[in-house]
Design a protein around this ligand. Sequence first.
Ligand code: MG
Length: 276
Amino acid sequence: MEPTILYALDFDGVICDSAVETGMTGWKAAAQLWHDMPKAIPSTILIDRFRQVRPIIETGYEAILAMRLLHQDMSVETILNDFFTQKQALLDQTDTTEDDLKKRFGAVRDAWIEDSLDDWIAMNPLFPNVAEKLKTLTEQDLCYIVTTKQERFVASILKANGITLSADKIFGLDRNKSKETVLTGLMAQYPQRTFYFVEDRLPTLLKVLANDRLANVNLLFASWGYNTADDKQQALRHPIKIISLKDFILIVDQNSAHHLALGEGPKLEVRKVYKL
Ligand SMILES: [Mg+2]
């Protein structure tokens, strides 16, 4: 049977609980840039504070800046509320660019992987039961990964979890395309399918929502990922379905699509009947 649905899945905070690894990579890269920061791995208290500010981060390299701010004792609240100003101030002070930081962040990760792949993989666990679900989805040709992570890192975490997803099904940072552009392309490629975009970052969902070309994409907000209580409150005011990890495990394959048709399982409201 031809698949009738397509899932565009964000990676970090939807599939992979990478917050600790992202924080540690950010710290190591920051210690290269600012020599007053210890090279040793940060304390669990600092890692815990990083997890609290993780929702503000859109792309991994920003963890370098978030860790610098935490090292300077900036509060979690200030970072969450004022990250963009603080980020720009740090970039100006250090005479570095976002592109430099992206490369540095990727290089620190590559060095960690080179040093100990097993250790790095262990720091990137998948959320509970997600590996099995993803295997089902990939076997049924139902999903793409749409992420801001570099593709080689996604591929290696999936491989380590026994999930085979071809390179053309992973849209990452390397392609230099916004998630909206990726989604628009996929919709043109699969005009017959009903689209679901599963994402844990509210601003990203709101951008999709504001894009008329994506009016038929069903937006699912991953409550188990990196977002705040305030984000969840805000999401309620939009045509966005907030789902739990349990919902995600239940709904996402051809069989569960059947359940939806039968009125079982979580209700998903299709925003419009899809047509090009
Ligand atoms: Mg995410």
